[in-house]
Design a protein around this ligand. Sequence first.
Ligand code: LLH
Ligand code: MG
Length: 380
Amino acid sequence: MKIVKAEAKKIRYTSLMVRDGEGHSHPGKPHEDSVGFLAITCDDGTVGYAVGGNMNVDILNKVVCPAVIGEDPFMHERIWQRMRTWQRLHSLFSDRTLCALDLALWDICGKKCGIPVYKMLGGYRDKVPAYGSIMVGDDIKGGLDTPEAYAAYAKELVKRGYKAIKLHTWMPPIIPAPDPKMDVRACQLVRDAVGPDIELMLDPYHDYTRQQALYIADALNELDFLWMEEPMDEHSMSSYIWLTQNTGLQICGPETAEGKNRMRAEWIVNGASDIGRAGTEVTGGITSVMKSVHLYESFGMSIELHGNTIGNLHVLGAMGIDGKYFERGLLHPLLDYEKPKPWFKKIYDPMDEEGFVKIPDGPGLGLDFDFDYIKENIID
Ligand code: LLH
Ligand code: MG
């Protein structure tokens, strides 16, 4: 089996999300936007797809797609390793772009074998509990503008079936300066609103000082939070070692630090977090996350995956270690998470009333595309 065609394009759509100056997403006025779409075709007609995830369409078409023509998609590890080394000098070739290639290749392999990707990886479970991941705070009336607004929304999420909730709190430019006290107040009110049986986590401003991070961690420990993630710049591993040693709260990470499984190995041997973290978009696809999963397992650690990606769902279905949750979100009172993006016929992560998401049962990634929409809205 050989790859005969590989091409990335963009799909036009109406977005309801805007990004602030620091890149955080919030609800906004409807406007035209586009999303990347990669299709890889084999000589027997099997096609693998990846969509979104901030893939760089230009790098895919100039660097990646020409390199995979003629390759056997089942020699997947070889392709991934080769592309990984190419990232060094192709400075715009991000892990998110590598992830798009990786997903399309896994999709092909699963489709060819007629089974879902999580079973190709070695299946462990067919559903996973989800947590509601609340969007970064804002200044929108009826949105997430106050600690009280978080508490009211958290109550709604519990009614919807969530057994665990994570807050992302306020960050510049929404507020002039990050505010640890406001973060703790929101966490306190959410704990009061949902009671002791809901698991809670916090992902605050990502550039606090050690003292600010410790103040929040100790307060959250009193509130019986499960973990805090990325309260400081992850390039300072020493700061994470210091925080992990000084607080009783579990620290989860690294999330955005570059270096895939190798950076995670450094964090493990240095004791820089209690819970590991990786994700298909931030660490270069399913292939990469599985390496981290096995790494954490070998050190007796659990790992929590970043983001609501289709790839993460399949990895979660193949994880025999304690990686408890699928991150469902980002959720916001003014947005309808249950509505599929226009290029899909249905969402891939519907959640039942008990708070579980079923792993799509394929074949391949099991994505249900609306090809009529895609055809009409593809940008050539
Ligand atoms: O900063 C943000 O907008 C969020 O933290 C976002 O990156 C989110 O995906 C995250 O970190 N989840 O864990
Ligand atoms: Mg995070």
